[in-house]
Ligand binder design. Sequence first.
Ligand code: NAD
Ligand code: PRE
Length: 307
Amino acid sequence: MAVIYDRVALIGLGLIASSMCHAIRRAGLAREIVGYARSAETRATAREIALCDRVTETAAEAVAEADLVVLCVPVGAMEAIAAEIGPHLKPGATLSDVGSVKRAVIDAVAPFVPAGVHFIPAHPLAGTEHSGPRAGFAELFDNRFCILVPVAGSDPAAVARLADLWRGIGSNVDEMDADHHDLVLAVTSHTPHLIAYTMVGVADELRRVTDSEVIKYSAAGFRDFTRIAASDPTMWRDVFLHNKDATLDILGRFTEELFALQRAIRLGDGDHLHAYFTRTRSIRRSIIEAGQDTDEPNFGRSKAKKT
Ligand SMILES: NC(=O)c1ccc[n+]([C@@H]2O[C@H](COP(=O)([O-])OP(=O)(O)OC[C@H]3O[C@@H](n4cnc5c(N)ncnc54)[C@H](O)[C@@H]3O)[C@@H](O)[C@H]2O)c1
Ligand SMILES: O=C(O)C(=O)C[C@]1(C(=O)O)C=C[C@@H](O)C=C1
């Protein structure tokens, strides 16, 4: 594949940046990848594993002469890093990010984007519970969506170029408005993470009572919760602090449904439970039929009906 950006600078060398490094290299989409990380330890690791072509000591040095700069730090750290690099961005360059929340990142970063720099926020819908520069792998974005959230007046050619990069590293690309993005993600990612954190917390409380039975007999469903609940605490603290309204809205709806199910159990209302579970089962099946579940053995291969 052809080079899309001569020089790409990645700020924050964690799971997402390191995966971008591997994936951009795999597809040959940049002539040079420059990385910057705040901690000396992360910079040393990145150099040791030759993650990027060059690791710089400052963010300003990393972005100088870069054609694409991607902020890969937690959402709450975006403003400070934008303020630091703003004056050093090259005219005509594209500034993007991978934050899990979009409205708060746009509000925090936009004031520091100089005229002549294209600011195009983005969010790859792919991740794992691991973090840091060793966690990345080239296949992370394969068959996943990357949502681009162009701001008012974005240059269509710059948006198309960034979309080409994400397609080149395996993603499907969609565009969305920031507020809509934050609501959709509150449903599909943020609130589910909060529920997983809560359930694992409840089990942890129980463990003190039942002396490790929870761990010993943990079944697949709970194990999946523990994987999600092992995700980075800083990243998730920032997600909830910066997508407050949408998360509280969805959490309110969740609690109402939970109380309705709790009531059905108390009243022995099997019809209510059966009807509810039938509806939710059909949702899972439609996701698989649409070929969106990469954990499903038939993903991307068939639309075979399951019984
Ligand atoms: N992990 C996921 O599943 C996932 C998926 C999609 C998007 N994201 C988003 O991508 C971004 C990065 O997440 P990640 O999973 O790669 O995290 P990570 O913890 O693996 O890496 C984050 C990097 O940012 C650096 N950092 C932290 N605070 C900083 C600060 N104040 N100033 C400068 N650097 C700082 C860390 O040292 C680290 O290098 C986040 O905004 C997150 O919301 C994460
Ligand atoms: O698979 C996981 O570990 C994830 O949680 C990834 C996940 C998600 O909720 O799907 C988490 C946060 C992101 O912003 C995007 C993707």
